[in-house]
Design a protein around this ligand. Structure first.
Ligand code: UD1
Length: 422
């Protein structure tokens, strides 16, 4: 078990490079199952979740090889169709293989991921959509088991623009007979990236980037080469880090157009955000002002940046209301932030944060990727030393997080902690 040891007080300055998007590349890897042959993905981040997805593809009979930031996936004529609990429970995005396996093999058996540290994360819309496409889909012995010799296009309407459900249904529909429309579809940039990848494979998709996707099923898809888009959540994390430490950071590769809402909040907090052709700069010269935030599906404020902005508000001037609409259990992180002296009260979807002049370092525990990153950021502005335990959560989504922080001037190191007793 490793931990981050953070000494507070540094002002971040310099330049940081944004890696390829976790939430995009995992879906691209799963989608590669749709075509026999070699798919090549570039700008693949070196993070734990990519290793888990690689392991899953290997178990499904694919070849997976990595050279630097390039990953090559060789998909056999007939991949396996079962994803086991030991991998799915480690990474929920494993569920993304469901749609491609059903479309390619006519059957899929994927373990149910269960809840996790940020919420219950249902699959009802995935199941109902697949049934409408003509599959039998049911939960048996902890697995979602789906079968259909060939899916048939239909009209689908999502109760909520779920990223996961949109992906599952899109990935199933690209090889269905006839046309499928998905109304109230998610519009996240990662989903647009997935659509563009599928189009390069030969899929016919209209309405990309809108809330109505129209998918005309084709007989077969061909493998392709694709560059992963930059990670907007990683870019947003660096932007908040600059703001929080009253620093001056250039986020190379960060896309302002993918982060409009979040960057606007940082400007309200007092930061200067300067867009450039190859990224954007964030400079902060005063104590941040409190900013109200409401998380919503894209283009709303991203739930994955909510813990970072909560940490920002914890040291801001004034009181802020942070509303979480996507994941009900994301407040677990608040208990850890409180250990650093933050003044936060939660009630239902809302958290009221009263800004304090400073936080005080303490041992805390990361329960998920984003909470882990936010606790490290909070440690940067806490007096004394903060130890963030269970660093492996951060490794799931951030490549070289500690190293990048050190380059920007922070005093952060990784240490091996005692192995847990249980
Ligand atoms: C979510 C985020 C996405 C983020 C990703 C990784 C949103 C809308 N989605 O995507 O931006 O990149 O986490 O952290 O911000 N739900 C159901 N039934 C379903 C599917 C979903 O009830 O069949 C619920 C979930 O429990 C959750 C919400 O809908 O409360 C959002 O789910 P979804 O967008 O599918 O989650 P992810 O795909 O994980």
């Amino acid at each position: 078990m490793e931990r981050f040891v953070v000494a507070g007080g540094a002002r971040l300055a310099g330049e940081v490079q944004v890696t390829g998007a976790k939430n995009s590349v995992l879906k691209l890897m799963a989608a590669s199952l749709l075509a026999q042959g070699r798919t090549t993905l570039t700008q693949v981040p070196d993070i734990l979740d990519v290793s888990i997805m690689s392991e899953l593809l290997l178990r499904l009979g694919c070849g997976v090889e990595r050279a630097g930031a390039t990953v090559r996936i060789d998909v056999p004529e007939r991949p396996g169709h079962e994803a086991d609990y030991d991998l799915v429970r480690r990474m929920r995005a494993s569920i993304t293989v469901l749609g491609p396996l059903l479309a390619r093999c006519g059957e899929a058996k994927v373990a149910l991921p269960g809840g996790d540290a940020i919420g219950s994360r249902g699959l009802d819309m995935h199941i109902a959509g697949l049934q409408k496409l003509g599959a039998t889909a049911a939960i048996e012995h902890g697995y979602l088991v789906a079968e259909a010799p060939r899916l048939t296009g239909t009209q689908l309407w999502l109760d909520f623009p779920s990223v996961g459900a949109t992906e599952t249904l899109l990935l199933a529909a690209v090889l269905a007979k006839g046309t499928t429309t998905i109304d109230n579809a998610a519009r996240e940039p990662d989903l647009v990236d997935l659509c563009e990848f599928l189009v390069a494979m030969g899929a016919r998709i209209g309405g990309i980037g809108t809330s109505t996707l129209e998918i005309e099923g084709v007989e077969a898809l061909s493998p392709t080469t694709h560059e992963t888009l930059p990670d907007r959540i990683v870019a947003g994390t660096w932007a908040v880090a600059a703001c929080l430490t009253r620093g001056d950071v250039f986020v190379r590769g960060g896309r302002v157009d993918h982060l409009e809402n979040a960057l606007d909040k940082l400007v309200t907090a007092g930061a200067a955000v300067t867009p450039a052709p190859d990224g954007f700069g964030v400079r902060m010269e005063c104590r941040p002002r409190a900013v109200d935030v409401v998380t919503l599906p894209y283009p709303g404020f991203p739930t994955d940046l909510q813990p970072m902005v909560l940490a920002l508000n914890a040291v801001a001037e004034g009181t802020a209301m942070v509303t979480e609409n996507v994941f009900e259990a994301r407040w677990m992180f608040v208990n850890e932030l409180t250990r650093l002296g933050a003044d936060v009260r939660t009630d239902g979807h809302h958290a009221v944060v009263r800004g304090r002049e400073r936080l005080s370092g303490a041992p805390v525990t990361a329960h998920d990727i984003r909470a882990g990153a936010a606790l490290v950021l909070a440690g940067l502005v806490a007096e004394g030393v903060t130890e963030v335990h269970e660093a492996h959560h951060i490794d799931r989504g951030y490549e070289g997080f500690a190293e990048a922080l050190v380059t920007l001037g922070a005093d952060v190191r990784r240490e091996r902690g005692p192995d847990p007793l249980f």
